[in-house]
Design a protein around this ligand. Structure first.
Ligand code: NAD
Length: 333
């Protein structure tokens, strides 16, 4: 299959590209490569095989239209976006421009050429603070920050295309992606706000003390609970959705998680066992906007498409630890 991956130099995009190239698909990566280095793409080439690279900025409509003119793909997987929730509260307009307007330019350019099949990276952030867990796709949407709003608005733009423009869409609401592909490529956000890479990076520095935000939540050990999904499982979910979106009309949304919750203290214990290092931590006040517990009900995608997570927390942390020890030291420069 001929697949366009936007944001293919990013964390989830590069793992999905690797999975698809290895499976024999013809992959085109579209990315502005601003924060990411060419070495990710070199690793992809040496580990999986060749692909086409379009170095493009989504917000540059003219350039995008010109580059995508007469280009058709069996499916488009749209990852490219700004992702940091905290920054979105400081720069909401920049997030709308990149995530909503940039996406709209992309969809316009592609749909004009007859492209019909889209898989979109949405987020569990659209549920905000849930009324109960596990969370189903039909549960209440609560847009508690600009990032979540841009993800949901883009879902709705795609829903309109599906309703009125004969376009087929799968929107995937990821819970907490983590881990790496055998330590070869991995999580590389800048700034990094995600628990597991922050914790593991801390262990490579002197006098590291981990901050645990809140230990008085209504959870078994008082710390916040999340549903960590292995990046390789997540990449496989996209591969599985390609066949689905090509064979099924309309708009569908799926949660992507394991259905199992893990507390911060459980992550710390598991990381200590895997790395053999003692993790010192201190409890800090809760952060505004953090929910006690975010756990997916992933049964819809299992029933409709047959995808189910295979890896557990130990696989996630051991692969992330492998990556942490191998990753370029220039990442922290
Ligand atoms: N990582 C997570 O925890 C998480 C959770 C839920 C949803 N998501 C969604 O998954 C997607 C991918 O996330 P990620 O963690 O891989 O992020 P990432 O920052 O690692 O990757 C995003 C990629 O998109 C590219 N990009 C961003 N804006 C662009 C633009 N205007 N033009 C061209 N390229 C652009 C970046 O260069 C980068 O390579 C995002 O849409 C994000 O909202 C991520």
């Amino acid at each position: 299959m001929n697949i366009l991956i936007t944001g293919g130099a990013g964390y989830i995009g590069s793992h999905t590209a690797l999975t698809l190239i290895k499976a024999g698909h013809k992959v085109t990566i579209l990315d502005h490569l601003q924060k990411h280095k060419e070495d990710i793409l070199e690793t992809l080439r040496s580990e999986a095989g060749d692909f086409e690279l379009l170095k493009l900025e989504l917000q540059n409509q003219q350039e995008l239209q010109h580059a995508l003119e007469n280009r058709t793909f069996d499916a488009v997987i749209h990852f490219a976006a700004s992702i940091e929730v905290g920054i979105s509260t400081e720069k909401p307009v920049a997030f709308v421009n990149n995530n909503v307007v940039g996406s709209q330019f992309l969809f316009d350019a592609l749909i004009a050429n007859g492209n019909k099949n889209f898989i979109f990276s949405s987020s569990a952030a659209v549920y905000g603070t849930p009324e109960s867990v596990p969370i189903k796709e039909t549960d209440k949407i609560s847009l508690e920050n600009p990032y979540a709003m841009t993800k949901y608005v883009t879902e709705e733009i795609l829903r309109s295309y599906a309703n009125f423009a004969d376009v087929n869409v799968v929107a995937l609401r990821y819970f907490n992606p983590a881990g790496s592909y055998n330590g070869l490529i991995g999580e590389r956000h800048n700034p990094e706000t995600h628990l597991i890479p922050r914790l593991l990076h801390g262990l490579t520095t002197d006098d590291f003390v981990m901050k645990v935000f809140g230990n008085d939540y209504d959870t078994p050990d008082g710390t916040a609970v999340r549903d960590y999904i292995h990046i390789v499982d997540l990449a496989e979910a996209h591969a599985t959705c390609i066949d689905y979106v090509m064979a099924n009309k309309g708009f569908e949304v799926f949660n992507i998680g394991t259905g199992k919750g893990t507390s911060i203290l459980e992550v710390i214990q598991s990381a200590e066992a895997i790395t053999g290092k003692k993790i010192n931590y201190e409890v800090a006040p809760r952060r505004i906007g953090d929910s006690a517990s975010l756990i997916a009900d992933p049964s819809k995608i299992e029933k409709m498409i047959g995808w189910k997570a295979k890896y557990d927390l130990e696989d996630i942390i051991s692969s992330a630890w492998e990556w942490e020890q191998k990753r370029p030291k220039t990442d922290y420069a």
